[in-house]
Design a binder for this molecule. Structure first.
Ligand code: ATP
Ligand code: MG
Length: 137
C-alpha cells in the first residue's frame, strides 16, 4: 500500500466542506491514517510550495494557503497517489471531470480546495514536512 499527503485548502475549510471532501476520499478506497488542522505561517506555506517559487502565482498561492486553517492528512491505499489525484480532478475546476472534488467544490484555479502529492518522492517529503514518525502508525 502507498501513502500520500493531502491538504484541504482554506477555501474548503472556510466553507465547512472537510467532511464532504473526506467522504470522497473514503468512497474511492483511501483511508485517513493521520489528520490535523493547522494554520500555516507565511514562511511555512512558502517552504511547502518552494518548488513553485519562480511561478507567477507563487505570492498569491502562499498568501492564500496561510489565509485560514487547513486540514493536512495522510491518505493510505492501493496507488494512493494516483487515486487521490484522480478524485481531486484537474487543477482548474473548469477542466475537472464530473464528480471530482475540484469540479464539485473548487472556486478557481488558485482556490481549488485540495492539494495532493504528485509522486512518491513528493509524498515522502510532504508527509515528513507535516507529520513526525510518532504521528504515523
Ligand atoms: P496541488 O499541487 O495543489 O495538488 P496541482 O498539482 O494540480 O495542485 P500545481 O501546478 O502543482 O497544481 O500548482 C499548485 C497550486 O498552485 C494549485 O493547486 C493552485 O492552487 C495554484 N495554482 C496553479 N496554477 C495557478 C494559476 N494559474 N493561478 C493561480 N493559482 C494557481
Ligand atoms: Mg502540485
Amino acid at each position: 500500500v502507498e501513502r500520500t499527503l493531502s491538504i484541504i485548502k482554506p477555501d474548503a475549510t472556510k466553507r465547512n466542506l472537510t467532511g464532504k471532501i473526506v467522504s470522497k476520499f473514503e468512497d474511492a478506497g483511501l483511508r485517513v491514517v493521520a489528520s490535523k488542522r493547522i494554520h500555516l505561517s507565511p514562511a511555512q506555506a512558502g517552504a511547502f510550495y518552494a518548488e513553485h517559487k519562480e511561478r507567477p502565482f507563487y505570492g498569491e498561492l502562499v498568501e492564500f494557503m496561510g489565509s485560514e486553517p487547513v486540514v493536512v492528512q495522510v491518505l493510505e491505499g492501493e496507488n494512493a497517489i494516483a487515486k487521490n489525484r484522480e478524485v481531486m480532478g484537474a487543477t482548474d475546476p473548469a477542466q475537472a471531470d464530473a464528480g471530482t472534488i475540484r469540479k464539485d467544490f473548487a472556486l478557481s484555479k488558485g482556490e481549488n480546495s485540495v492539494h495532493g502529492s504528485d509522486s512518491p518522492e513528493s509524498a515522502a517529503r510532504e508527509i515528513a514536512f507535516f507529520f513526525s514518525g510518532l504521528e504515523l502508525v
